[in-house]
Design a binder for this molecule. Structure first.
Ligand SMILES: *Cc1c(COP(=O)(O)O)cnc(C)c1O
Length: 458
């Protein structure tokens, strides 16, 4: 008999989580104005709000923290991180930052000017925010297959080279500071970009003389999908694949809260000293001196160790298999999810799951509240609340898809937890005929309303 798959680690430290009763949850979510962000974490049993900074560090990361060097300038921890970034990505220059959006803020301060356009694959929301804040425009060139949840394309994160070239032809070179490739494409559902696409985009960037930036939060998960789905890569190691990807980068921004498996941290990697020097000034202003930039020495040590662990095949196989395990259980129950299953989360198609809730009553949010009431599970709405209102008309912008994202923290929950999530979701699905109404807004902020919005039942 073939041995079943199991995790590539064992557990050394645990944290207690507490089940609650349905009546407790009814009160808590009402007090939270039906906004899952407003819950206290001890009111949540299984927390799938995000995979960002919520993973479990390893024994080696914790021991690296104990020997962190907290010198202001030239700390050994800085040099440890520098060596790891050179080894994993091949960058000669880097700047530490306190998280991914800080890396964007520093780098874009050098590169992005008013009136610029930045083509890419479904820019992440903070990335788009930092572009638009500078009165420039983010142009999404993701392939059309990405927007159909049932399409089984293996690399739905890809850029469409025709859409990209159209932009490169349309605007003068000076108006395009860089092309951005997000690995994996978070907004499209944790969907990977193929090596062939990396090379195609890189060739177009060279042809038009435009630099290429990799938004790298889930670069290791992306490399895993290249190894397991793309011909010619099955015998390469994850570390070899990552180096091959980053041969094509001029710079990278990184949220280390994802694939460096730390709770806080980020960095910018550069090939050229000139860009590094220009960005250093902004790093000193916004983040801190160039050898710590918003991070403690101990955190830089943990990050360096995390980069090594996240690029090991066994770790990634455990990680991606757990997400797939949950996704496949949901599929078995007939629950409509985005396919193929992505790297860090499962996305439930809320309009298909709750067909009677009108779109004006926030379908994915309604599903999120139902799943919380069912079992104390917290997901996050990727729907109309997140899409927010049109800046001019102030009317809701209804997106094509209403999704509930269940993001899986790294090395944190077991497959028994995945079973609880799957069965709880099935229970909500089984009573979908009785869920006929959603919520109305009683208070909302002028922008980014989803974090703080207050709702009441219809
Ligand atoms: C999380 C994330 C960011 C922003 O990073 P933070 O560490 O949250 O500031 C940028 N891009 C992508 C693709 C991300 O997933």
């Amino acid at each position: 008999m073939e041995l079943p798959f199991s995790e590539s680690y064992k557990i050394k430290m645990v944290e207690t989580i507490r089940r609650s009763s349905r009546s407790e949850r009814e009160q808590w979510i009402k007090d939270a104005k039906y906004n899952l962000f407003n819950l206290r974490s001890d009111q949540v049993f299984i927390d799938l709000l995000t995979d960002s900074g919520t993973g479990a560090m390893s024994d080696k990361q914790w021991s690296a923290m104990m020997v962190g060097d907290e010198s202001y300038a030239g700390a050994s921890s800085y040099h440890t991180m520098k060596a790891a970034i050179k080894r994993i990505f091949g960058f000669d220059y880097f700047l530490p930052t306190h998280q991914g959006r800080a890396a964007e803020n520093v780098l874009f301060s050098v590169l992005v000017k008013e009136g610029d356009v930045v083509p890419g694959n479904s820019h992440f929301d903070t990335t788009k925010g930092h572009i638009e804040f500078r009165c420039a425009k983010a142009i999404d060139c993701t392939i059309d297959e990405a927007f159909d949840t049932t399409n089984q394309h293996p690399f739905k994160g890809n850029i469409d080279p025709e859409k990209l070239e159209k932009i490169l032809k349309q605007y003068p070179k000076e108006k395009i500071p860089f092309i951005i490739l997000t690995l994996t494409n978070n907004t499209a559902g944790g969907q990977p970009v193929s090596m062939a696409n990396v090379k195609e985009v890189s060739a177009l960037a060279k042809k038009y003389g435009i630099p290429l930036l990799f938004d790298s939060a889930r670069f290791a998960e992306n490399a895993y999908f290249i190894k397991t789905r793309e011909k010619g890569y099955e015998h390469k190691t994850i570390k070899q694949i990552v180096l091959e990807i980053y041969e094509h980068a001029d710079f990278a921004t990184m949220s280390s809260k994802k694939d460096a498996i730390v709770n806080m941290g980020g960095f910018i990697g550069f090939k050229s000293q000139e860009w590094f020097r220009q960005a250093s000034t902004y790093n000193i202003m916004f983040e801190g001196y160039i050898t710590y930039g918003g991070m403690s020495g101990r955190d830089m040590n943990a990050l360096a160790q995390g980069l090594d662990e996240a690029t090991e095949f066994d770790y990634l196989e455990t990680r991606i298999n757990q997400v797939a395990y949950l996704g496949n259980r949901l599929i078995e129950f007939g629950i409509p999810i985005q396919q193929p299953i992505g790297g860090h989360a499962v996305f439930i198609d809320a309009k298909k799951m709750l067909p009677h809730v009108p779109k004006e009553e926030y379908v994915a949010q309604t599903l999120g509240v139902e799943l919380y009431l069912e079992a104390g599970i917290r997901g996050v709405e990727i729907g109309t609340l997140l899409a927010d209102r049109d800046p001019n008309t102030r009317e809701n912008r209804y997106p094509n898809l209403e999704l509930l994202r269940l993001a899986i923290p790294r090395r944190t929950y077991t497959n028994n937890h995945m079973d609880v999530i799957a069965v709880a979701t099935k229970n909500v699905f089984d009573r979908r005929e009785f869920i006929k109404s959603g919520y109305r807004i009683t208070w909302e902020a002028p922008i980014m309303r989803h974090f703080t919005v207050e709702l009441e039942k219809m």
